[in-house]
Unconditional design. Structure first.
Lengths: 294, 297
């Protein structure tokens, strides 16, 4: 796994999202799982059962924080209260890095509670990168930003989504949480080739990958996280691994959640691709070594 | 308005203000984005070969309402049971119009609901008193679930301190409720019927939930009920309190010294309270971890 400065030099393996229906199973059966990703906001509370569960699980497993409401792309300044609570949680979980989305969701202090796509403009890239830097300086952990799935595009956009992602992460000098399902969903909704996206991102900055399922409607695809991963998404994942090397990988399953074992089994399908890529990379290295000796 | 062309916003803040307003705009009776929003949608959203600007806006517009209405539906089953599902749905929309979320967490979505229901008594109608009791009760459960906890005071400290000077406080997660109705029994009956799970924040889009129809739980008759809503071993509990016990706890919460808190409660009580009974109350409250040292201001 490429441990890099954007993921706190972590080499985690394959994890799944920690979700309420699995609490009991995890605590009582202590199943094998490389790591869990938590939704930070669910644990940014003062006390009570959420933190009791989190403490019990983080005693046994590696836990990585993933946020849904930092809204780096909002024109509003970052919320101090949010940052303080998030920092308290970072201290509690000792997460080596954290992630949130490349999106906006609040304006003038009012929240939509959605991951809204940004206009791909240089102004938005500059503002977003500034917020990411501010958050990282305050939280004192590396940050990876995740590409969101989207259903709308703006007239004012000046570049493609992947160009915008690269612009932001370079300006912020932060990592990427590459969600290959989101790339697929957006590519279907906006008619672009998802491989162009995967081929364009800076592989050195990818600290983690997300895989997930989605729902297909007549005229668009919704990112519902309620199905198994489909083959075209696995293909994007494989290509992303070819470019980035074996990377911390997480399966998201947030609605109609099946048993822990079923979710974990689905996540472990990623192993096949990781093994293949590792083998290919080793063969390439061996070949290079032989050529150098000759 | 359909034929109007609006200027295209260019700056990020202007786009976000326009988009947020459009996303929070009300859906029509068929849960669709009204056609009157077309010029607004066209001013900032590109159409594609399958969807118009308005249809693309509608995906976000519907998702906003479905997500937030679902949260209120799950978190306030008591109010819903009193005023009925249809009225609750309309009330929730009016509430979100008046008090859109100003917190990063959906936990706080109902934080202004008591204020809203007090300002707009038409939602409670002839059951307004019950509705206001219920909204306080349901918010108290949110606080009890994950509210902050203070260090419990040691019984040795209590025993060693002059009760005329000893000031105690109650756990911040504990709420004392003086209600006109026995809503504890009512809410337990409602929850037994409900199979709704508390929603969890995630980045996934939700599709509208299909609700099961329940036979309504009979509304309670008026009966003054004094309760402490608290947590024990991280589970939420409701504990009924005798009037004098409730009074003592209220006095402690208000900052009265221990002896004064008890004296005032006993003076108000029509029946005398045996010292042994008083001792048992304090023993239980102490065992439940309710009593804390009052922090210096």
């Amino acid at each position: 796994m490429p441990a890099n400065r954007f993921n706190g030099f972590s080499d985690l393996g394959i994890g799944i999202g920690l979700r309420v229906p699995h609490y009991q199973h995890i605590l009582s059966k202590k199943p094998t799982c490389d790591w869990f990703e938590i939704i930070s906001e669910n644990y940014m509370v003062d006390a009570g059962r959420p933190l009791e569960i989190l403490d019990a699980i983080s005693e046994q497993y590696k836990v990585i924080q993933h946020g849904v409401s930092m809204y780096f792309g909002s024109a509003d300044p970052l919320s101090r209260e949010h940052l303080k609570r998030l920092k308290a949680l970072v201290k509690r979980t000792k997460t080596p890095f954290l992630s949130d989305h490349l999106c906006w969701g609040s304006v003038d202090g009012t929240y939509t509670h959605d991951l809204l796509p940004l206009p791909y403009t240089f102004e938005a890239a500059k503002i977003t990168a500034e917020r990411i830097r501010q958050a990282r300086d305050f939280l004192e952990v590396p940050i990876c930003v995740e590409n969101v799935s989207s259903y709308a595009e703006y007239h004012v956009s000046e570049m493609t989504e992947w160009e915008f992602l690269n612009e932001v992460v370079e300006r912020a000098d932060c990592g990427i949480l590459l969600d290959v399902n989101n790339i697929y969903v957006s590519s279907m909704n906006h008619s672009f080739n998802p491989m162009d996206y995967v081929n364009a991102i800076d592989p050195e900055r990818v600290g983690q990958m997300h895989i997930a399922g989605h729902s297909k409607y007549e005229k668009y695809i919704l990112d519902t996280h309620d199905h198994a991963v489909i083959d075209p998404v696995w293909k994007l994942y494989e290509r992303a691994l070819q470019r980035c090397g074996p990377t911390n990988t997480l399966l998201e399953w947030d609605a109609h959640i099946p048993s822990f074992d079923e979710v974990h089994r689905e996540a472990l399908k990623a192993r096949k691709f990781i093994k293949r890529i590792t083998r290919e990379k080793m063969n390439t290295e061996t070949q290079r070594h032989r050529e150098a000796l000759v | 308005m359909d034929s109007m062309k609006l200027a295209k916003p260019k700056k990020l803040l202007a786009i976000q203000r326009l988009a947020a307003g459009a996303i929070r705009g009300r859906l029509d009776e068929n849960d669709r984005t009204p056609r009157s929003m077309q010029p607004v949608a066209e001013s900032f959203i590109k159409p594609n070969d399958r969807l118009t600007s308005l249809e693309r806006l509608e995906i976000y517009n519907r998702q906003y309402w479905f997500r937030l209405l679902d949260i209120l539906y799950d978190d306030y089953p008591g109010i819903r049971a009193i005023i009925g599902d249809a009225a609750f749905h309309e009330m929730s929309k009016a509430y979100l119009d008046k008090y859109p979320s100003r917190s990063f967490t959906l936990r706080n979505l109902g934080s202004k609901l008591e204020k809203f229901l007090a300002e707009q008594p038409r939602w409670g109608g002839k059951r307004q008193a019950m509705v206001l009791d219920m909204v306080r009760f349901e918010w108290a459960q949110v606080i009890a679930f994950d509210g902050p906890a203070d260090a419990v005071i040691s019984p040795d400290v209590v025993a060693a301190t002059d009760p005329r000077k000893l000031k105690l406080s109650l756990q911040p997660y504990l709420t004392l409720l003086d209600m006109a109705y026995p809503l504890d029994d009512f809410i337990m009956a409602v929850k037994r019927q409900s199979d709704a799970l508390r929603s969890e924040a995630s980045n996934a889009i939700e599709t509208p939930s299909k609700r099961k129809k329940h036979k309504p739980v009979r509304l309670p008759r008026a009966k003054r009920t004094q309760l402490a809503v608290h947590r024990y071993e991280n589970m939420i509990f409701y504990k009924r309190l005798e009037p004098a016990a409730f009074e003592i706890l209220k006095n402690l919460q208000a900052g009265k010294p221990l002896a004064k808190a008890c004296d005032l409660a006993m003076a108000k009580s029509p029946k005398s309270i045996a010292p042994a009974k008083l001792g048992r109350w304090f023993q239980v409250w102490s065992e439940l971890g309710w009593l804390c040292a009052r922090k210096a201001k």
